[in-house]
Design a protein around this ligand. Structure first.
Ligand code: HEM
Length: 492
């Protein structure tokens, strides 16, 4: 069949456009190409870069990264489409990256996160980040945190009441507990159903999955691709739900303030959401922060708690010590208070060590807005620097016998001997996790409440079995068993 001249013309234009695009890209990124050539990595092709490595049968993003770094040894160059990524786990370089004001911006992975987190603190660019962070720090001041302990304890008791009765995977219960902890401290009571948090979880899962697909998150994907349309629908639900809550809360807050002005008292917001709104952020910005905080609290603390449970189930001796600590600090029946939670030092070390072995964020990203020196290298502007946290947490130099679960690595005298940038569970430097203290208090309360009542067992034989699966929330297997402790059973 004879081709129409229009079609031939169309093909010609398209080829000319693609060629011009590639030539311009190579011209503009000449310095990056020169740099990338000096760092080894898989071959890259125009448009797709080296993303083809992720298109394996099992589509396991992490496993592909592990295999690639096994083959090439870090540092490694990867091309995510036409965006250059410099992957490193060198602690001296990391210290420079996380402290430089030239690398405060987050990189390409966050553009997918921004779809549901908007301009919230996690993703906001360096220009407005500092003032934004200062405002939101008010949420985690010591006098505010202190008041949250009763919510954390009550919700942990709810979890402990029900956890032994589940035949299946307890993750939904745990997720409900951490979600309710967020809602409780936000001043919203308990959530009616899990839908909101499940949508947050789905959105965050989606952004991780799509991180290395240069063809996702475009107009076509969200409007015509069936999967993309579901994602869009989820995002709309999420935003509308949170927006409604924030708007209602804001009008309540205005009324409360008016009332206190009339009574000549100074109204000081106590709940997380009220503090966010009281910073003066718009409803839309407060909504983004609410979604961020809800996601961080439920979707990160829940898998972190689960990995601590699994590791304690493997290390029965350490579990016994944790139990003894809880009994000696809190007793068998007393409430966990702000004072007692501070004394649960071994419990805290267990959580920190679990997050070393199974970091929730496997990698951190920074974008170079201008040329920057890190360690012995000068990285051109326009690069995405990827810090491979998992590898940092398993370097023999900082963590002798790295596969061993040893909470004593976090005793103050041992921690003092290490470069602090060798532990990145909550990141380091000015853009570290703002909610670290809140998260630790929450997880310690959960773990202490559960270990006080149950012996945790599982079929896992070693930590190696969970290394490649930090997202324990997404598995359907029964992860651990919670067997009531004798002393509690006898009294019932
Ligand atoms: C186990 C629990 C948690 C872990 C492991 C964790 C980890 C992290 C990490 C690694 C970062 C740095 C991300 C990056 O550089 O790209 C971060 C940032 C952040 N986290 Fe967390 N987080 C947890 C819980 C929380 C909670 C409960 C909140 C708040 C309620 C929170 C709020 C934030 C915020 C606001 C940032 C952005 C800080 C900034 O860019 O200035 N996190 N978190």
């Amino acid at each position: 069949m004879e081709e129409t001249p229009y079609f031939t013309l169309y093909l010609l234009y398209l080829s000319a456009f693609l060629l011009a695009y590639i030539v311009l890209d190579v011209y503009l990124k000449a310095e990056i190409y020169t740099f990338a050539k000096k760092v080894h990595g898989p071959k890259a092709y125009p448009i797709i870069g080296s993303n083809y490595i992720f298109h394996t049968k099992e589509r396991n993003y992490l496993r592909t990264l592990f295999n690639t770094f096994d083959q090439y040894k870090l540092p490694v160059s990867l091309w995510n489409g036409n965006q250059y990524e410099y992957w490193t786990s060198n602690v001296e370089e990391i210290e420079d990256i996380l402290n430089s004001n030239k690398t405060l911006d987050k990189g390409n992975g966050y553009s997918k996160l921004a779809l549901y987190l908007g301009d919230s603190l996690l993703v906001v660019s360096d220009k407005s980040w500092e003032s934004h962070r200062k405002l939101l720090s008010k949420c985690f001041e010591p006098d505010v945190l202190e008041k949250f302990i009763s919510v954390f304890y009550d919700r942990s008791c709810d979890l402990a009441d029900s956890i032994a009765h589940v035949d299946q995977n307890p993750t939904q219960l745990i997720l409900r507990c951490t979600a309710n902890m967020f809602f409780g401290t936000a001043g919203l009571g308990n959530i009616i159903d899990l839908l909101f948090i499940q949508k947050v979880l789905k959105a965050s899962q989606h952004s991780t999955e799509k991180m290395h697909n240069p063809f996702s998150a475009n107009f076509y994907y969200y409007h015509f691709n069936p999967e993309g349309r579901i994602v869009k629908h989820n995002l709309t639900f999420l935003k509308d739900y949170a927006n409604r809550i924030v708007a209602e809360r804001k009008s309540k807050l205005i009324k409360l303030k008016k009332l206190s002005n009339a009574n000549e008292t100074d109204y000081k917001p106590q709940a997380l959401l009220d503090i966010i709104i009281d910073t003066g952020l718009t409803i839309e910005a407060s909504t983004n922060e609410m979604i961020l905080f809800a996601g961080e609290t439920s979707c990160k603390s829940a898998p972190a708690f689960l990995s601590s449970c699994v590791l304690l189930s493997i290390h029965k001796d350490i579990q016994d010590q944790v139990y003894k600590e809880i009994i000696s600090v809190v007793g068998e029946h007393d409430k966990i208070t702000h004072e007692s939670v501070k004394q649960l030092e071994l419990t805290e070390r267990v959580i920190l060590e679990s997050l070393r072995i199974c970091p929730i964020m496997m990698s951190l990203t920074r974008y170079t807005k201008e040329r920057v020196r890190i360690g012995h290298r000068v990285i051109p502007s326009g690069c995405h620097i990827k810090i491979f946290v998992y590898d940092v947490h398993h370097q023999e130099k900082y963590w002798p016998n790295p596969r061993k679960f040893d909470p004593d690595r976090f005793l103050p005298e041992n921690a003092a001997k290490r470069n602090q940038y060798s532990y990145l569970a909550f990141s380091c430097g000015p853009r570290n996790c703002l909610g670290e203290k809140y998260a630790l208090m929450l997880m310690k309360t959960m773990l202490a409440t559960v270990v006080r009542r149950y012996t945790i067992t599982s079929d896992y034989l070693s930590a190696d079995e969970i290394n490649l699966n930090p997202d324990l929330l997404y598995t359907n297997d029964k992860i651990c068993n919670f067997i009531p402790r004798k002393s509690v059973v006898n009294e019932e």
